[in-house]
Write a protein that binds this ligand. Structure first.
Ligand code: CTP
Length: 396
């Protein structure tokens, strides 16, 4: 942990008394630790103790003695932010973007990965609202360090105890180890649909949301990889400091950006749902309704994956996707060969919960060497992790 910058943010829970122990463990391991508290947390653990241990100020209020606490600087300073203890109230506010104290404004302005260690009483932990809020935070790409079973502040025994300082410390170590696995590597990821313009008000598009590709970009970034995300029109966006996003609209624009970026990349994952055809001509004025039916003349777009397959060097890893509704394996294997990819990730429209707009996906990966791996239905975040593990395996 030498030189790593850890920001610990504690909210109001009795478990805050464990934070000085965690701070000591991190500092002994060589980390630079800063702590921010909610006003409520400062009643459970002394800012003076924490500032003495960390040798940094421990801000609690947005402004103190006419000085504004710079939440943006704190959020950008950290390599990782650990919210511990994360109370039910703070979790709910984080999930919904509320910002009525310093901790929340630091969280909302942070650009680093976020780990969350909940602490609360059992009934609050099991409440559907809390579980839904935790799911929302996972969907933002944050990691939850699960609460544990044990004695609670209420005197009851049950779920909701914050993980022990040693567990939190070990999670931080794992986080830093994992975040190094692909450091020094660069990856190009395409995601989302493309829109092919017909006239000023119409386009040909598809239902892709970009969820899968964004999850892959984030999973690669978490491993320390520098990611260039080429993203089609979608309301979703990626959030990680290692990701640079280029927004495009059409297949031609995606081709131009990918052709420019690919030669310097180690890895390329083409998960975008690229239009195979685009209108022959784009009308500069709105096309008027006719009395009779019309046929739209379309021309083929360039297959970006196939194009990259022709210029790929031996030390580059090229992964494609295949979305199929029938003869899935045969079509996936055909794409693997025709497009000179190293692996094809197949998702079938016949699997319930897989495909566009779902939060889940079910994939199989076919490799050039004949190996195939089949996975269960999982959240797209977990599927992205599986794909990245496969990439690490293929990189050797
Ligand atoms: N792809 C691409 N450029 C295109 C079309 C597809 O890069 N113009 C890529 C996709 O990003 C994906 C793979 O090719 O990685 C397969 O895409 P898919 O839509 O499943 O198949 P197609 O090759 O378009 O063939 P078909 O639509 O006939 O299944």
């Amino acid at each position: 942990m030498t030189g790593k910058k850890i920001l610990i943010a504690a909210s109001g829970s009795i478990a805050a008394y464990k934070i000085p122990i965690l701070v000591r463990l991190c500092m002994k391991a060589g980390a630079d630790v800063k702590v921010v508290l909610t006003p409520s947390a400062s009643t459970f653990v002394s800012p003076l103790v924490l500032s003495t241990l960390t040798k940094h100020e421990v801000p609690v209020e947005m402004a103190a003695e006419n000085t504004w606490a710079n939440h943006v600087a704190l959020g950008r300073w950290a390599d990782v932010m650990l919210i511990a203890p994360a109370s039910c109230n703070t979790i709910a506010k984080m999930a919904h973007g509320l910002c009525d104290n310093l901790l929340l404004s630091v969280y909302l302005s942070s650009t680093c990965p976020v780990l969350i260690a909940p602490a609360m009483d059992e009934d609050m932990w099991h409440h559907p609202a809390t579980q839904k809020n935790l799911d929302t935070l996972v969907s933002y790409g944050h990691s939850i360090i699960p609460a544990e079973h044990g004695e609670l502040a209420s005197g009851l025994i049950g779920m909701g105890r914050m993980a022990e300082p040693t567990t939190l410390f070990n999670q931080l170590i794992t986080f830093f180890q994992e975040s190094q696995q692909l450091s020094g590597y660069s990856a190009l990821v395409t995601a989302g649909p493309t829109f092919e313009k017909l006239d000023p008000v119409r386009f040909i598009g598809n239902y892709s949301t970009g969820k899968m590709g964004i999850a892959i970009a984030e999973a690669l970034a978490k491993k320390g990889c520098n990611v260039q995300l080429v993203l089609g029109p979608t309301h979703l966006r990626a959030s990680h400091a290692n990701i640079t996003t280029t927004n495009i609209v059409s297949a031609q624009q995606m081709l131009e950006v990918c052709s420019r970026l690919f030669p310097t990349m180690n890895i390329a994952v083409m998960s975008a749902a690229v239009a195979d055809y685009t209108p022959n001509e784009v009308s500069t004025v709105k096309i008027k309704k006719k009395e009779h039916d019309v046929t739209l003349p379309l021309k083929k777009t360039v297959d970006i994956l196939k194009h990259l397959g022709t210029i790929k060097k031996n030390n580059q890893l090229l992964i494609g996707f295949a979305l199929e509704s029938n003869n899935e394996k045969d079509y996936a294997l055909a794409k693997l060969n025709e497009k000179n990819a190293d692996a094809i990730v197949l998702n079938s429209l016949n699997d319930a919960g897989a495909g566009f707009s779902y939060d889940t996906n079910k994939i199989s990966i076919f490799e050039k060497n004949g190996k195939e791996t089949h996975y269960e239905l999982k959240t797209k975040t977990d599927v992205a992790r599986d794909i990245v593990e496969k990439i690490i395996e293929l990189l050797g």
